[in-house]
Every structure is written in structure tokens, then in C-alpha cells.
Design a binder for this molecule. Sequence first.
Ligand code: NAD
Ligand code: AHE
Ligand code: ZN
Length: 369
Amino acid sequence: MKTRAAVAFAARKPLEIVEIDLDGPKAGEVLVEIRATGICHTDYFTLSGADPEGLFPCVLGHEGAGIVVDVGAGVTSLKKGDHVIPLYTPECRQCKSCLSRKTNLCTAIRATQGKGLMPDGTSRFMCDGEPVLHYMGTSTFSNFIVAPEIALAKIREDAPFDKVCYIGCGVTTGIGAVIWTAKAEVGCRAIVFGLGGIGLNVIQGLRMIGAEQIVGVDINPGRKAIAEKFGMTHFVNPKEVEGDLVPYLVDLTGGGADYTFDATGNVNVMRQALESCHRGWGQSIVIGVAPSGAEISTRPFQLVTGRVWKGTAFGGARGRTDVPRIVDWYMNGKINIDDLITHKLPLERINEGFDLMHAGTSIRSVVEF
Ligand code: NAD
Ligand code: AHE
Ligand code: ZN
């Protein structure tokens, strides 16, 4: 069949909207019509050429929602007409990682996924007779995709695609980093570095669990008002702080934060986040994705004196289990997604979504098919 898609033919080039070929689902796979997709900073990161796993040509996008159109042989948990959110972190419930209950990082298909291929080692996308690669196992910048059954979360049918697509990455990552990775508790003090599509969901998660103090740090003063709406108690613009940022934040949080979160992808900020933690117990959660070759550093003394550095992927969420619950939270009014979706675009204007992200004008742009 044919599908309309925004194809990344090469790094650092605008996406091109073209009709490409899509093979039907093989055994264990599902054909999905994507109805809406968000644009995450990670899509830009890969398009920029900074991603060691970035391969071209490919169809980017990993924050989508849609409807099952067809299923391949052996698929039992999904049927035509089901509403789904594709998962870049699948949940097979059988691999060593899933069975460990210690991580959400299912390893069932990670090797082929990282090469832009389906689990059988081939691509379902073709353009002019040449293969086009998948991305993160999702490729939601295509109107139709094929994805493994284990990489699709079935969601309720009354949830609007143009909102819950954001649960495919940003919402789950931010809220999950607080509740599943940090396991932050009522009354804690926290600092969130980077108040974009992820950081604002960290703030929302911190408000949900009853944090006492929620400090937001961003170089874009335009983030202050929206972050306050989501629960931020103190805003810090590093450009307006005289002297070092870390002692300023340690002082502001009464000796350091119980939890800090990096949602910038900047390794210098990650160091500031670790060093702003409270001596003896503070935990710093790395969410941001950093370019190929970038490394984090600190004095080992920071760890010797009890600070903990942790990372999180997809907020520690087990997608098929947790994503439908987060959709319920949205539908029951427990979380706010609407105010974070600042722009809606047709597929033809998807490149504007990247421009808006750069300019710091958007929180999330959503493309509707
Ligand atoms: P975004 O562009 O919407 O937001 C980034 C924010 O960081 C912006 O508000 C920007 O002004 C701010 N910022 C930039 N430099 C800063 C600095 N030096 N100090 C303070 N603030 C600064 O991006 P996003 O979609 O929110 O993604 C944030 C990061 O999280 C990216 O690196 C992305 O790749 C990563 N990410 C990781 C996961 C995961 O599972 N670990 C999931 C989604 C996104
Ligand atoms: N390919 C990159 C790493 C990118 C990365 O860390 N991705 C996150 C999700 S970002 C979503 O916006 C993730 O889930 N990581 C775990 C995994 O298995 O990829 C690189 O540096 O090679
Ligand atoms: Zn993302």
C-alpha cells in the first residue's frame, strides 16, 4: 500500500512529504493508521546528526496515536479498530529485562529497532524501490506504519488522538521520571532543569505526588508562566543569577534538592543538576539525551557524599501496562495535556514544528493526519 510520510532523506535537511510504499504486517506485526503525532526534541536530535544511532533515509516520529487497520499472523492482543499508542520502549513480558521487574527496558527487539529495522531484519517502507528505515520502532511521521504487537499499547476509544499522542513520549517520560524512576515522595524539594515538553511534565508529576518545593530552571523566561500553571513554585533563569548557579540553588532549596531532573540534554546542566542535590541522599535523574561523544563528569566526591546519579527512558514506564492508565488519568482530568499542546499542524507543515521548537515558541506541536 501507499502512505503519506515526512521522510528524513539525510541529516540536517528539511523533511520531505512524499508518498512511499508500505508492506503489510508480517507475523506478530500490526498495521496502524496514525491519526496524530507530537514532535519531540529527540526527533530533532536525530535529524541534527547528533544521534549515534541516526540512520537515513528514515521516517522519524515516536509520539503518535492511531487505529489498528490490520493484524499479521499470530497477533492475539489487538484487532482491527483498536485504538493504540506506539511504544518505542516495547513490553514483551517475556525477556530477561521484563521478567526482572527491575527495568522497563525490554530487550526483545532493541537490536533491530536501533538499526531502523523490523524484528525480522527488514524494513516495511520503500521509496522508489529503495528501503527507507524505521525510527525507534514507531515512525509516527507516516500516516500508516507497521509495528510489532509488543510495541503497541491498547487505549480506550473515547480518548482524542490529537492529545493522547503526547503520552507516547513526553507526558509519560516526565511524569514517569517522578513517580517510577525517582519514586519521589510527598513533601520533597525538587529542581527541574529545562521547562520544555518534558520538563513541564516533570513539574506536573511533582505536583501530583505533593512536592513541597518545585524549582524550575530555564534560560527561556517565556517558560515561567506555563510552568507556574503546572505547579512550579520558584523560577530561576541562570542568565540572571550572579555567580555560580549551583550554590544559588543549594541555598534556595535549604541545603540542596531531594530530587533534580535534567530535561535539557546538555551535559554541563546535568552536572549542575547532580551537584544541586542534597548531600547524603539527593538523587539526580538524567532525562535529556546528549549528542554523540558528549560525556558527563563531576568530582567523585559528589557521589562519595551520597548523591545519586540515575537515568530514565520513557519515565520507567512499562508501556502496554502503564500507558492505558495514563490515558485514563488524562480522561479523568487528573493530568493536563491540552495546555502543553501549543501548536497544531498538517503534515505538509511539519518542518515548521521543528522551527517553533528551536525558537522556544512551542511546548509541543502536534501534527494531525
Ligand atoms: P524542548 O526543546 O521542548 O525543551 C528543552 C528546554 O530546555 C527548553 O525550554 C530550553 O529553553 C531549555 N534549556 C536549554 N538549554 C538550557 C540550559 N542551559 N539551562 C536551562 N534550560 C535550558 O525539549 P523536550 O522535548 O522537552 O526534551 C528535553 C530533553 O529530553 C531532550 O534532550 C530530549 O531528547 C530528551 N528526552 C528524553 C527522553 C527519555 O526517555 N530519556 C524522552 C523524551 C525526551
Ligand atoms: N540513540 C541515542 C539514544 C536516544 C535515547 O536515549 N532515547 C531514549 C528515548 S528519547 C525519547 O524522546 C531511550 O528510550 N533510550 C533507551 C533506548 O533503549 O534507546 C544514542 O545516544 O545512541
Ligand atoms: Zn521523545
